[in-house]
Write a new protein. Structure first.
Ligand SMILES: C[S@@+](CC[C@H](N)C(=O)[O-])C[C@H]1O[C@@H](n2cnc3c(N)ncnc32)[C@H](O)[C@@H]1O
Length: 346
């Protein structure tokens, strides 16, 4: 049972249980990707997405002076599409291929099973937490990973802060508030709390960010994070839920719909800066174009019949066009402050 009758739980607890409850959680029992699922992600739209990430990976590894051992770790690998394409591409580049230790951090046992049917099991190690990563330069890849973390929301009313809770009454879920001390929010936002009347953040994502930041700071490497979100402006309510490719209320069908939110990239950048790491941000469209996705599409479609060529370009348009995923999706690259690598961000 998600919530007992006449009981309430905080919004982040509600989201966490809906998505990751060990028996009924959305990601625990369901493969949500693709036409027949609830949503589609970039690696499942076009293989060229993962190819561009692979090119970026090789160039960053070169920029890091080709370390003999490099961990390449995907956070939340979904159906395994991106990692399987990266491994295929890097197979053609023997030097990095010999250095790379491919890892996946995945929470869902069902998705791990699916990933293992797609990816050469001898090539990849599956880990349960960041402590298992061998100490070596590491490149973290996170496509639509952080939007799958639960969020808290707070609202200021009559100079008091209230936290959003979800209650279960008369067989229905409903939103309610609970008064909280501003100290709880201040812990995360510091002085910025004075500027806001509405606050949305994910304590668990921020904890995770800190762990990654410490790892990069100590061992070198970086994080390439791609997700939908915003880079400026005040905080806003971005909570949303998707089922069968349509938006529904997050209260309508928990356990069976994907509850998610937009990433506040400014907040992530600040969190990494607190750990002395540098962030570059651009749009997904810009990133993929700079990496040469259009040129690559020309090359592979040169001798194809018109319908196949049109399909390749239609898929790329979905990834790069501002009306589709090109501008809502952003790319964040985090590295040590002295690092000068900026491929895809110039
Ligand atoms: C929205 S899906 C994205 C999947 C994939 N990256 C893609 O682009 O297709 C989020 C993924 O992150 C996983 N996930 C969410 N929170 C996690 C956590 N704390 N640790 C590991 N995996 C997690 C989910 O199980 C799922 O595989």
């Amino acid at each position: 049972m998600l919530i007992g009758h006449n009981k309430k739980i905080s919004l982040d607890r509600f989201i966490y249980k809906s998505l990751y409850d060990k028996d009924n959680g959305y990601y625990i029992k369901k493969n949500p990707f693709g036409k027949k699922g609830d949503f589609i992600t970039s690696p499942n739209i076009s293989v060229l997405f993962s190819e561009m990430i692979s090119i970026w990976l090789i160039s960053f590894w070169e920029n890091l002076k080709k370390p003999k051992k490099i961990n390449i770790i995907e956070l939340g690998a979904g159906n395994g599409e991106m990692m399987s394409q990266i491994i295929k591409t890097l197979n053609n580049f023997s030097e990095i291929n010999l250095s790379a230790n491919f890892l996946i951090l995945e929470k869902s046992p069902l998705l791990i099973k699916i990933q293992k049917t797609k990816i050469d099991k001898k090539k990849v190690g599956w880990i349960k937490n960041l402590k298992e990563i061998p100490k070596a330069p590491t490149i973290f890849l996170a496509n639509e990973f952080f939007d799958a973390f639960p969020i808290k929301q707070f609202l200021m009313k009559n100079n008091n802060w209230y936290e959003k809770y979800v209650a279960y009454k008369k067989n229905k879920f409903e939103v309610c508030d609970q008064k909280v001390s501003s100290k709880i929010i201040e812990k995360y936002l510091g002085k910025d709390i004075k500027k806001e009347k509405f606050v949305e953040y994910s304590p668990s994502a921020m904890k995770f960010v800190n762990e990654i930041a410490n790892f990069i700071f100590k061992n070198n490497g970086g994080l390439l994070m791609i997700d939908y979100g915003f880079t400026s402006g005040k905080m806003k309510n971005t909570l949303q839920s998707v089922e069968k490719h349509r938006q529904i209320s997050f209260l309508e069908n928990p356990y069976n719909s994907d509850i998610t939110h937009l990433i506040n990239f400014k907040m992530y950048k600040k969190e990494f800066a607190n750990s002395n790491l540098k962030s570059l941000i651009t749009t997904q469209g810009n990133f993929l174009i700079k990496l040469g996705i259009l040129k690559r599409a020309e090359i592979i479609s040169k001798n194809l019949q018109f319908s196949k060529k049109a399909d390749i370009f239609y898929r790329i348009k979905r990834l790069i066009d501002a009306k589709h995923m090109g501008s809502l999706f952003k790319v964040l690259f985090v590295s040590k402050s002295k690092n000068n690598f900026n491929l895809g961000f110039k």
